[in-house]
Design a protein around this ligand. Structure first.
Ligand code: GDP
Ligand code: IMO
Ligand code: MG
Length: 423
């Protein structure tokens, strides 16, 4: 953490790496925590003092009273879901209104965007993306088409603007022959959410950030999703619709590239993916089932089974280069505690050709593995690196060498306290 800089914490694979947990751990070191991309497609889990929260749109720095949290311009926000999330936190005793600012430039997810999300998925048939159904794709599409509504729009002539956009969506849905929907109750809550949002500071968050940085404050940008779900660099078209990489921090918060400091790349000691799309390391056998079972790999947003496999060095190297990762954070190490051997995917193979570079399309590729011994002991109670079993230390050394990047934090359990900083 450096004064006057924005550090970024980015998921560097397919999301759900444990970003929420680490942002929460890091928050005491920073003045501001800001989300720069995504919306309620994210599900960031935080566990401390016997309490568990799953955050969607609200940054994971929200539990630290003295810190400002920002939902940046690069985000999309659904007022009804935001209201539900915020009220749950308020009921748990966190006074959000003093510590959460929302960018007027963030885009609004309408109920009809969610219907369009479903309609597009149905139209795609077997090529469906497996979205979270939160209206992400339709909202970002309209942002790019310059037809969308922003948070700032709720402050003036909103009923007219809303009705016009909703009518357009209804026409689009008719064109898609998707008419079997009823949003009346959803819409009621959504409009209530719009009013509720007005009780928060809706601000020019980029200007607030410029002033804060000039005054020497430190900012932590909290990623959502992961590099392989990035609209440009992920496994297109099986991706989300935002810029999840480090470049997205600049556009999604309105901060300059030279304001960026450290870039933390967070990954699991193995791999997961939720939704459709190619996944060369996917295990369809009992090992995959065992990882899912022990790692509790079921989606925080949709409850879907996460697809599981061994760690993927091809994807990690690609992500480290794309993002300029300066430090790695390895999560869920404890999930591998009982395995006799651990594998790492070092290359992809297709039609006899082996590559260590991320292909244009990973469909049809299979993983080439190296095998390492498992540590076969419980990591969850460890508190310092000196207690690491040798085989676990060897796994870390192996990954650091292959990835040419230091692993500075290792997580050995879901609780805030189960986080080990390495010297
Ligand atoms: P995010 O989207 O990147 O914030 O990650 P999610 O919250 O969707 O998924 C991470 C899951 O792993 C959550 O259920 C966390 O409670 C859990 N978790 C985080 N770190 C660890 C860890 O080191 N060990 C174990 N066993 N679980 C962890
Ligand atoms: P966090 O921030 C994992 C996946 C969906 C789908 C694809 C597109 O919790 O890591 P979308 O609804 O965004 O249009 O879905 O992206 N996806 C995620 N997978 N973690 C996430 O967020 C995700 N957000 C979206 O499953 O495959
Ligand atoms: Mg998640």
């Amino acid at each position: 953490m450096a004064k006057g800089k924005v550090d970024a914490l980015l998921g560097i694979v397919f999301g759900d790496e444990g970003k929420g947990k680490v942002v929460d751990c890091f928050t005491p070191k920073y003045d501001i925590v800001a989300r720069f991309a995504g919306g309620p497609n994210a599900g960031h889990t935080i566990i401390f003092e016997g309490k568990k929260f799953v955050l969607r749109s609200i940054p994971s720095g929200i539990f630290d009273e003295g810190k400002l949290n920002i939902i940046g311009n690069g985000c999309v926000i659904a007022p009804d879901l935001f209201m539900a999330e915020a009220k749950e936190l308020e009921a748990a005793g966190y006074n959000l209104k003093t510590r959460l600012h929302i960018s007027k430039r963030a885009h609004l997810i309408l109920p009809t965007h969610r219907v369009l999300d479903r309609a597009y998925e149905v139209a795609k048939g077997k090529n469906k993306v497996g979205t979270t159904g939160k209206g992400i794709g339709p909202t970002y599409s309209e942002k790019a088409a310059r037809t969308s509504l922003r948070v700032g729009d709720i402050l003036e002539n909103f009923p007219e603007k809303y009705a016009a956009l909703k009518n357009r969506h209804e026409q689009m849905l008719k064109d898609l022959h998707y008419t079997d929907y009823d949003i009346r109750e959803e819409e009621r809550l959504w409009l209530e959410g719009v009013e509720y949002m007005k009780s928060f500071p809706l601000t020019d968050t980029e200007i607030e950030l410029h002033k804060a940085l000039k005054a020497g404050k430190s900012v932590l940008a909290e990623g959502a999703q992961g590099t392989m779900l990035d609209i440009d660099h992920g496994t297109y078209p099986f991706v989300s619709s935002s810029s999840t990489c480090s470049g997205g921090v600049c556009t999604g918060l309105g901060v300059a590239p030279n304001a960026i400091g450290e870039i933390f790349g967070i990954f699991k000691a193995y791999s997961t993916r939720v939704g459709s799309g190619p996944f060369p390391v996917e295990l369809f056998d009992e090992t995959g089932d065992k990882i899912r079972e022990i790692g509790n790999e079921y989606g925080a947003v949709t409850g879907r089974n996460r697809r599981c496999g061994w760690v993927d060095l091809v994807a990690l190297k690609y992500a480290i280069a794309l993002n300029g990762v300066t430090q790695l954070i390895m999560m869920k190490s404890d999930v591998l505690d009982t395995f006799d051997t651990i594998k790492a995917c070092v290359a992809y193979k297709k039609d006899g050709v082996i590559t260590e570079d991320m292909p244009y399309d990973t469909e049809g590729y299979e993983a080439v593995y190296e095998e390492l011994p498992g540590w076969k002991s419980d990591l969850t109670h460890l508190t310092s690196e000196s207690q690491f079993p040798k085989a676990f230390q060897d796994y870390i050394d192996y990954l650091e060498k292959a990835l040419e990047t230091p692993i500075t934090i290792v997580s050995v359990g879901p609780d805030r306290a189960q986080t080990i900083e390495r010297a």
